[in-house]
Design a protein around this ligand. Structure first.
Ligand code: NAD
Ligand code: ZN
Length: 341
C-alpha cells in the first residue's frame, strides 16, 4: 500500500510502498480517506532531537485521520463494514491501575499511533476497535479528520468552568484557535488570544477571539484593560509551549485563577512561583484526550453548531504531501488536510 514514512534518519518524509498492516482479532482495518498534518509530524519531518530519540526508522507516521471500516477482527462488536470512523491515537495497556479504573488517558504504558506503531498516513490503518470512534453523519469528513487535535483543544478548554469567565489563550496555533472557538461557544465573556505571528492571530479572530494580541508588539495587560478587565484573567489555556508565554500568563491571572497547560516547552521554563503560591493559582497539565469523554464532547459541540471550518486553511492530494508539509513549515497555515480519494 501507499504510505508516508520516515524511512531515513534525516530531514524529510517519503512516499513508500509499505506492507498493509495485519488485522488482529480485536482490531479494525480502516481505509483512510482524509489525513491531516500535526505539529508532531512536523517534528518528525524536521528530525529534531525529540524525533531522533522517539521514532524508530523506518516508520509509517501520521495520527490525524478519518476513514471507512473495511475489515473487522473476529471479536469486534459495535462496528460494521462501511462505518465512518476516526480514532484515538493513544493505545493504552488495559491492565495498569488507571486503565482498570477507566482512566485510560492516564495509562502509564501508552503507545502512539504513527509514533511507536504504524500510523495513518497510509492507505490502510489497523487500530484496536476500542480506540475507534464512530462518526455521527452531521460531522463532515474534513472536520472528522482533525478530531485528534480538536480533542486536545476540547480536553484543555473544558478543564475549568468558562461560563462568563475571562479567558486567556497563549498561542494561536491550530489548537489555540480551536480552543478560542470552544470557549466562546460554551459562554466565556472575553477570550483573548496571544501569539507573535500575525497570520495566526487573524485566524484566531476568525475563530471568535474577542481580542488578539501580538505580544511582540503590544502590551497584553493594556489590551485586557481596554476590554474592561480590572482584576486579571479567570482561566488560562497555555497552547504555545513558549516559556515566556507561560510566565506572562502567570502574571496576568486573577487571584485564584486556573491554568490548563497543553503546550510542550522545548526546555526549562521559569515562572514566578510566589505568584502561584500567594495568589493561589491552580495549574493542571493536560495530555491527549480524555478517553472517551472528550470524543463525545467533540461530537456534541459540532452537532450543537460549533463551526471549525476556518481552521482548515490548506488542502492537497496525498501525492502532493510535500506541499502540505511546506505549508505547515511556513508558519502561515492552520490545519492542512491531505485527501486520499
Ligand atoms: P503550534 O506550534 O502550531 O502553535 C504554537 C503557537 O504559539 C505558534 O503560532 C507560535 O507562534 C506561538 N507562540 C510562540 N511564542 C509565543 C509567545 N511568546 N506568546 C504567544 N504565542 C507564542 O502548535 P499547535 O499544534 O497549535 O499545538 C499547541 C501546543 O500544544 C504545542 O506546544 C504542542 O506541542 C502542544 N501539544 C500538546 C499536546 C498534549 O497532549 N499535551 C498535544 C498536542 C499538541
Ligand atoms: Zn494502562
Amino acid at each position: 500500500m501507499k504510505a508516508l514514512a520516515k524511512s531515513e534518519a534525516r530531514e524529510g518524509i517519503w512516499m513508500v510502498d509499505a506492507p498493509t498492516p495485519e488485522l488482529g482479532h480485536n482490531d479494525l482495518l480502516i481505509k483512510i480517506r482524509r489525513s491531516s498534518i500535526c505539529g508532531t509530524d512536523v517534528h518528525i519531518y524536521k528530525w529534531d532531537e525529540w524525533a531522533q530519540h522517539t521514532i524508530p526508522v523506518p516508520m509509517v507516521v501520521g495520527h490525524e485521520y478519518m476513514g471507512t471500516v473495511v475489515g473487522m477482527g473476529s471479536e469486534v462488536q459495535g462496528f460494521k463494514i462501511g462505518d465512518r470512523v476516526s480514532g484515538e491515537g493513544h493505545i493504552t495497556c488495559g491492565h495498569c491501575r488507571n486503565c482498570r479504573a477507566g482512566r485510560r488517558h492516564l495509562c502509564r504504558n501508552t503507545k502512539g499511533v504513527g509514533v511507536n506503531r504504524p500510523g495513518s498516513f497510509a492507505e490502510y490503518l489497523v487500530i484496536p476497535a476500542f480506540n475507534a470512534f464512530k462518526l455521527p453523519d452531521e460531522i463532515s469528513d474534513d472536520i472528522a479528520s482533525i478530531f485528534d487535535p480538536f480533542g486536545n483543544a476540547v480536553h484543555t478548554a473544558l478543564q475549568f468552568d468558562l461560563v462568563g469567565e475571562d479567558v486567556l489563550i497563549t498561542g494561536a496555533g491550530p489548537i489555540g484557535v480551536m480552543a478560542a472557538k470552544i470557549a466562546r461557544h460554551v459562554g466565556a465573556r472575553n477570550v483573548v488570544v496571544t501569539d507573535i505571528n500575525d497570520y495566526r492571530l487573524e485566524l484566531a479572530a476568525k475563530m471568535g477571539a474577542t481580542r488578539t494580541v501580538n505580544v511582540a508588539k503590544e502590551d497584553l495587560w493594556t489590551a485586557a484593560q481596554e476590554l474592561g478587565m480590572t482584576e486579571g484573567f479567570d482561566v488560562g489555556l497555555e497552547m504555545s509551549g513558549s516559556g515566556p508565554a507561560f510566565a506572562q500568563m502567570v502574571e496576568v491571572m486573577n487571584n485564584g485563577g486556573k491554568i490548563a497547560l497543553l503546550g510542550i516547552p522545548s526546555g526549562e521554563v521559569k515562572i514566578n512561583w510566589n505568584d502561584v503560591i500567594f495568589r493561589m493559582l491552580t495549574i493542571k497539565g493536560i495530555y491527549g484526550r480524555e478517553m472517551f469523554e472528550t470524543w463525545y464532547k467533540m461530537a456534541a459541540l459540532v452537532q450543537s453548531g460549533l463551526d471549525l471550518s476556518p481552521v482548515i486553511t490548506h488542502r492537497f492530494s496525498i501525492d502532493d504531501y510535500q506541499k502540505g508539509f511546506d505549508a505547515m513549515l511556513s508558519g502561515q497555515s492552520g490545519k492542512v488536510i491531505l485527501e486520499w480519494d
